[in-house]
Design a protein around this ligand. Structure first.
Ligand code: FAD
Ligand code: NAI
Length: 466
């Protein structure tokens, strides 16, 4: 039996990697985590989930104060202004607190942080900076980075053509912003800058925003965002972007081909997706090949084809979401320790943190109908007493159930607190609930969650409040 420096070496300290490392250490395995960034926490904590939610929160407060929402509640404000420097400071404080928190947890659990870029020498040996370590098990959790768009060169430092990282750090509110890609990042960061005063235009290649979500939700989401002032150019592609001193000229044309035209913008955000980080990892040295999408394939236990090498998170197939990566981190550590770590990939909620929030779990109506007959129940937020009282009428909840068994196949919603409400739907689905199970579960009143109960009641045609 060879003697290894570590039982487990995790490469990458994002939500997948740090959770895997902590759980492995908790299970008594000698664990290290390699991270090339200055701070722990990966994309999510440093330049993703956390800083974006800080700016979404701050910009929402500003919009409520500046545009009369608070006044309608008898909270009078005057001279409301944006102090962008303070907003960025608050964001940085949140990031610092949470990344520092992971460092604390590593120390507490005795996970050794190996600072630097990791490269495989062989399947049990990895070079990190000038140190080489061996490990019985190696978990690749290197995450993802922005997909580049040919002809549109990102230059975050100049604040003209930015990716999500650049859009989280703009030093001034642009008058105009064009967002390329009507996906999650485009709509969240577009919302931030729109609320702070930018005129935001989304240029989307497809016929509708938010691909992968339920069709009705996608359509309604665009309608609501349009009402807020977003402009949308659907079925349009960007072919070129030229940055000048004070802005950017974009050349666009219909996605199916046709006459080109130009659009001017002070700032352009490129958000057309993310791709797995595998470059410079030395995967050739261990004979690990990528699939067509550049991802590392694993089995259900997160084992790659190479003995002793595992992979989780954004670098493997599936939605690129922090909570999916975290759950895979837990499961891979448990599997390495000889336990049974399982992730149910059929029940992974997704949330877009716009106002209102957009969330879903399970199959879309379109997907469910391909598998067989379904029953659908819908309930509008307008008829929910709490949402109505709070003046949050936009959105609905939709429950999709199997027509024969009544088992819930998917739940989709647009509601101010959809991100919180969707957890209940995910839990119900994890327990194999029927729509009747949800309909006959007592929900506290008055809460937005009652809309889920009523949508479940609507599956069999019996909601009370509409
Ligand atoms: P990552 O978080 O990407 O971490 C990988 C880490 O590995 C990085 O720190 C990287 O530096 C390090 N690394 C890579 N290669 C090496 C190497 N060779 N050696 C050493 N270290 C290496 N998801 C949500 O669920 N909710 C959200 O609200 C959300 N918001 C987002 C907002 C933005 C703007 C972005 C960009 C993403 C957002 N995401 C969100 C997605 C989420 O950030 C990712 O799904 C998640 O971070 C993936 O976790 P991971 O552990 O797989 O990888
Ligand atoms: P995305 O995949 O969500 O959206 C990209 C959009 O760009 C799609 O609508 C696509 O059709 C469009 N597109 C692709 N090429 C285009 C082109 N050439 N011109 C115009 N449009 C084009 O990717 P996004 O928004 O970059 O986010 C990346 C990942 O980060 C997502 O997979 C998401 O899961 C994750 N994320 C999650 C968040 C959350 O959970 N709240 C928040 C932010 C990111």
């Amino acid at each position: 039996m060879p003697d290894y420096d570590f039982d487990v070496l995790v490469i990458g300290s994002g939500p997948g990697g740090y959770v895997a490392a902590i759980r492995a250490a908790q299970l008594g395995l000698k664990t290290a985590c390699a991270e090339s960034r200055e701070t722990l926490g990966g994309t999510c904590l440093n330049v993703g989930c956390i800083p974006s939610k800080a700016l979404l929160h701050a910009s929402e407060l500003f919009e409520e104060a500046a545009h009369g929402t608070l006044a309608k509640w008898g909270v009078k404000t005057s001279g409301v202004e944006v102090d962008l420097a303070v907003m960025h400071e608050s964001k940085d404080t949140a990031v610092k607190g949470l990344t520092g928190g992971i460092e604390f947890l590593f120390k507490k659990n005795k996970v050794e942080w190996l600072k630097g870029h990791a490269t495989f020498e062989d399947a049990h040996k990895v070079k990190i900076g000038d140190r080489t370590v061996t490990a019985k098990n190696i978990v690749i959790a290197t995450g993802s980075s922005v997909t580049p768009l040919p002809g549109v060169e990102v230059d975050n430092d100049k604040h003209r053509i930015v990716d999500s990282t650049g859009a989280l750090a703009l030093p001034a509110v642009p008058k105009t912003m064009v967002v390329i890609g009507g996906g999650v990042i485009g709509l969240e960061l577009g919302s931030v800058w729109r609320r702070l005063g930018a005129q935001v235009t989304v240029v989307e290649f497809l016929d509708e925003i938010l691909p992968g979500m339920d069709g009705e939700v996608r359509k309604e989401a665009r309608k609501i965002l349009k009402k807020q002032g977003f402009e949308f150019r659907m079925a349009t592609k960007v072919t070129k972007a030229e940055a000048k001193g004070d802005g950017v000229t974009l050349t666009v044309e219909p996605a199916k081909g046709g006459a080109a035209e130009t659009i001017e913008a002070e700032v352009v955000l490129v958000s057309i997706g993310r791709r797995p980080n595998t470059e410079g990892l030395g995967l050739d040295k261990i004979g690990l090949e990528l699939n067509k999408r550049g991802q590392i394939e694993t089995d259900r236990d997160f084992r790659t084809k190479v003995d002793g090498v595992w992979a989780i998170g954004d670098v493997i197939p599936g939605p690129m979401l922090a909570h999916k990566a975290e759950d895979e981190g837990l499961a891979v550590a448990e599997n390495i320790a000889g336990q049974t770590g399982i992730v149910n990939h059929a029940v992974i909620p997704s949330v877009v943190y716009t106002y209102p929030e957009i969330a879903g779990v399970g199959l879309t109506e379109e997907e469910a109908k391909q598998d067989g007959e379904v029953k659908v129940g819908k309930f509008p937020m307008l008829a929910n007493s709490r949402a109505k009282t709070n003046r949050e009428p936009d959105g609905f909840v939709k429950v999709i159930a199997d027509a024969k068994t009544d088992r819930v196949l998917g739940v989709w919603m647009i509601a101010t607190v959809a991100g919180t409400m969707i957890a209940q739907a995910a839990q119900a689905m994890e327990f194999g609930a029927t729509s009747e199970d949800i309909a006959y579960t007592c929900h506290a009143h008055p809460t937005h969650s009652e809309a889920l109960k009523e949508a479940a009641m609507a599956v069999t045609g019996k909601p009370i409040h509409i």
